[in-house]
Design a protein around this ligand. Structure first.
Ligand code: HEM
Ligand code: HEM
Length: 174
């Protein structure tokens, strides 16, 4: 494979920054569970979850703008089902990485809570509707399972290419 088979550098950087921000958001909300209810550590973990989650939204928006303005390499040759499933998975990942933070932000706003971002915070001009906020929070939490499944399958496919098919696919994102 040559450099022209690779994703352009800015997209590679943004791919791994989104991964890092999403991983930190998930780590924070999982670690939160180890602290007792009402503790400052628990509140801090929630703030970090929300801040890193919002960072995912900002990075994804930038990534979509960059992607629309550069040439991406065609998918490597392979059976049609593989091409279609890779494409479907990529668009599902884009959708989830945008929808999850938006649902999280709206869940907070409709519950009358401020939206934090690493020390700063905003109150969105929405009329408080606690039941709606709670429904969005439930959808957000259910969506998290879809994120785990999609990212797990996507990473497993990348590793399958790398170590079983040995077609150097991982290098396209390096
Ligand atoms: C890609 C970004 C995000 C991912 C992958 C994600 C994932 C998760 C996960 C795994 C949970 C725990 C679910 C459970 O306990 O069943 C959760 C809860 C939550 N998330 Fe997110 N989230 C993201 C972004 C955000 C953002 C941007 C906000 C708000 C600004 C937010 C607000 C919340 C809230 C309020 C909860 C409930 C916390 C609790 O009551 O324990 N999330 N999220
Ligand atoms: C939050 C986690 C992740 C998200 C949201 C994500 C999302 C994506 C998306 C949307 C693409 C398509 C790029 C495009 O066409 O614009 C992609 C490609 C790729 N991802 Fe991920 N990814 C994640 C984690 C990972 C991990 C953990 C690995 C490695 C184990 C990985 C390896 C790759 C590779 C190798 C490609 C290029 C595939 C190709 O050449 O067609 N990704 N990723």
């Amino acid at each position: 494979m040559t450099r022209s088979d690779n994703y352009p550098r800015p997209l590679v950087l943004l791919h791994w920054l989104v991964f890092a921000a999403a991983a930190l958001a998930v780590a924070a909300i999982e670690i939160k569970g180890f602290f007792p209810k009402g503790s400052p550590e628990r509140a801090q973990m929630t703030l970090w979850h929300e801040s890193f989650g919002l960072a995912v939204l900002l990075l994804m928006t930038l990534r979509l703008m960059v992607r629309a303005s550069v040439k991406v390499p065609p998918l490597p040759p392979g059976p049609r089902w593989m091409e279609l499933s890779a494409q479907a998975m990529h668009w599902l990942l884009y959708l989830l990485m945008l929808a999850m933070p938006v649902l999280g932000v709206l869940a907070l706003a409709w519950s009358g809570k401020p939206v934090p971002f690493f020390g700063a915070s905003w109150t969105l001009p929405l009329t408080v509707d606690v039941p709606l906020g709670r429904s969005l929070k439930n959808i957000h939490e259910a969506g998290a399972n879809l994120v785990f499944a999609a990212v797990g399958l996507h990473a497993a496919a990348a590793l399958w290419h790398q170590f079983v098919l040995k077609d150097g696919l991982l290098r396209r994102m390096k």
